[in-house]
Design a protein around this ligand. Structure first.
Ligand code: 0RA
Length: 643
């Protein structure tokens, strides 16, 4: 770890100008939509987190101000302000205006930067209409302001202070971004995650945009231990306390927390330098390898596995496992299409050794828990065998019936999957209307009867016995198979429709059914969500009529506007029909409002934050009732699933 003073202004290298960033923002922050906008906040916060990792920062405060501004304050070392020899400028100005001039080229200090984020605060500056940087350092306050990356004046000393740290206030440039609307929930989720990943760090979030100030405070004493307990809030634990694994080798820090619950999903989330690695990588491989090796050895040695007469596979150790694998790597290499996978090969062995040692010790010291885990693994193997048989049966039946499509499916005539859509419709009667209203060229309809199975609570083999779920599999043309590593995969290349649209009533029952279908896709067809194939249809909520004229409204605001427009200012002269169910519309209306690509509103289902998505599904759909009740009482069902 670096000592204070290691970074002098001269070690900050000048590499590239900011014009490049403004010309091609996508190259630096991925996109200029809502995601890119929030990337700016992550970028600034990452620098504060770096200060925390280096041992200097204990508090971070993030405030959404009026006028689309965000302020991030920390009590780290403060950006250096001494003279940069080569550039003859204050180091602060260099950090803020020169690309990749983070100044932290020291390999021994972990950077959140490197790979995914890590483009530097100068990027934020380049993409902001206005930025103010304030530095509290050596008893003084320094300040510099910028417009579109250009300093308005030299760095000024504007006062004295007993404090220390950096405050960056920025206003994203409306010339660059498609939206300037920061989402409180998005910030909240990431900051909560960061507080679990950085125990002891105090994080405040404040939103000053509304009439009343919204405030949240995040702090975790227990770190990853609390993170897994939080994720498993809706589940029944198998062992009393999570297993904690911690170690360091060759400057790679490893911290892991795992918990087994009585469920059968695996929920493993991995991070590298606080960045979520969606596709795992070498750290996850190392962990898995050790987990299977140590538990397998234990079950073999005490004869349990032999006695069960069932072949145990690596997969069986994952059922009901909730875990966080977090590593800190000095020079992380990210690979894969979305850079969501750690590539550093040396990490496999390091994580595997540290995990192996810790787990062996755990099993030795906790024979009661060890017994429970081994029994659970045997149960998982038995269930896997049953699921495989059930799957095979469904698939074999398909072959026998000539790969027939479900009888309830009204298929489209197009044979091009890329152009085809399938509507999963709640209820046979709405299904009938949709069949009449659709464009049969490219739209297929599959009616689903009543509530589909809650897969969060059902054993896997059960889902293959469920008619509605079987129909979804066969209509989509996909099935689950186990690859060489025993992992469940979907043969996504066989997908028959590239748009899958869930269409349910706009009432409480309808949203419950939507949630059940979402849970199924999330747990068993996640690849379809990740590839952007899943959508939710939004039927209108109102039909506003005046004489022969009528218009649809999708929310309260629209209803009011249309009412005033049609009623020529007089609200009571119009007729308003509230649509509760799809069944209240005829085929033509359903087409016009909810199925015609030119006018319909579809929401694409995305998973912004995997840990949070899993948490919400387990809370909403899992076996534990009290946390669900508490959750539903404080949140609207869809508040967080990001649909
Ligand atoms: C360059 C060098 C050092 C710290 C920082 C930048 C820094 C940047 C930001 C952005 C937000 N908060 C920040 N805190 C620190 C090292 C400082 C030293 O050696 O004293």
């Amino acid at each position: 770890m670096s000592q204070q003073g290691d970074y002098s202004a001269s070690s900050i290298q000048a590499l590239e100008g900011l014009e490049a960033v403004r010309k091609r923002p996508g190259m630096y922050i991925g996109s200029t939509d809502e995601k890119g906008l929030h990337h700016l906040v992550w970028e600034v916060i990452d620098n504060s987190i770096d200060e925390h990792l280096a041992g200097y920062c204990t508090h971070i405060e993030v405030t959404i101000l009026k006028d689309n501004m965000v302020k991030v304050s920390d009590n780290g070392r403060g950006i250096p302000v001494d003279l940069h020899e080569k550039l003859q400028k204050s180091a602060l100005e260099v950090v803020m205006t020169v690309l990749h001039a983070g100044g932290k080229f020291d390999k021994d200090s972990y950077k959140v930067s490197g790979g995914l984020h890590g483009v530097g605060v100068s990027c934020v500056n380049a993409l902001s209409a206005y930025v103010k940087a304030e530095v509290f350092r050596d008893g003084k306050i320094y300040m510099q302001e910028y417009e579109r990356g250009k300093p308005k004046a030299d760095v000024k000393q504007i006062g004295e202070t007993k404090g220390r740290g950096t405050t960056i206030t920025f206003q994203p440039d409306s010339e660059i971004f498609e939206t300037l609307d920061f989402k409180f929930e998005t910030l909240e989720e990431r900051l909560k995650e960061l507080s679990f990943l950085n125990s002891g760090l105090h994080i405040y979030l404040k939103d000053e945009r509304g009439e009343t100030v919204k405030e949240k405070f995040f702090f975790s004493e227990g770190g990853l231990m609390e993170f897994v307990q939080y994720l498993d809030l809706g589940r029944t634990p198998l062992i009393e306390k999570p297993i904690m694994i911690k170690g360091k080798e060759d400057n790679v820090e490893v911290e892991i927390a795992i918990q087994y619950n009585i469920g059968f999903q695996e929920n493993l989330f991995s991070y590298v330098n606080n960045i979520h690695t969606r596709d795992g990588g070498t750290h996850v491989s190392g962990f898995r390898r050790a987990l299977v090796r140590v538990f397998k050895q234990y079950g073999d040695d005490n004869g349990s596995f032999a006695k069960s007469k069932i072949e145990i596979s690596g997969e069986d150790f994952r059922e009901g496992l909730t875990g966080i694998v977090s590593v800190k790597v000095p020079e992380p290499q990210f690979k894969g299409q979305t850079k969501g996978e750690l590539g550093n090969s040396e990490v496999v062995g390091i994580v595997s050794r540290i995990t192996g040692e810790a787990l062996s010790a755990y099993l030795e010291e906790n024979p009661k828990e060890a017994r429970r885990i081994v029994d659970k693994v045997i149960l998982a193997a038995t269930a896997r065998e049953a699921a495989r048989k059930a799957r095979d049966l469904v698939q074999r039946k398909n072959v026998l019936t000539g790969g027939g499509l479900p009888g309830k499916l009204a298929d489209c005539s197009s044979r091009s999957a890329a152009d085809s859509e399938i509507y999963l419709v709640e209820g046979d009667s709405a299904g009938g209307t949709a069949k009449q209203g659709r464009n049969r060229m490219f739209q297929a309809i599959l009616p689903l009867r009543g509530k589909i199975l809650n897969v969060e609570k059902a054993l896997e083999y059960r889902i293959y016995e469920n008619e509605e779920i079987k129909n979804i599999f066969t209509a989509l043309g996909v099935h689950i198979f186990e690859n060489e590593d025993g992992e469940r995969k979907l043969n996504i290349e066989k997908l028959r429709y590239h748009k899958i649209v869930i269409m349910c009533d706009a009432d409480v029952d309808g949203s419950h059914i939507t949630t059940l279908i979402l849970t199924f896709f999330y747990r068993y067809m996640n690849e379809l969500i990740l590839n952007g194939h899943l959508y939710i249809a939004r039927p209108p909520l109102y039909l506003v009529k005046k004489g022969k004229e009528s218009k649809y409204a999708w929310n309260e605001k629209e209803r009011k506007e249309i009412t005033l427009e049609l009623g020529k200012g007089k609200e009571d002269s119009v007729h308003i029909q509230r649509y509760k169910g799809l069944g209240e519309m005829n085929a033509e209306q359903l087409w016009e409002t909810t199925m015609d690509p030119a006018t319909r509103i579809l929401t694409q289902v995305t998973i912004e934050n995997a840990a949070d998505a899993s948490y919400y599904f387990s809370i909403l759909m899992g076996d534990d009732v009290p946390p669900r009740r508490a959750f539903i009482e404080t949140h609207a069902i869809y508040a967080k699933i990001d649909v």
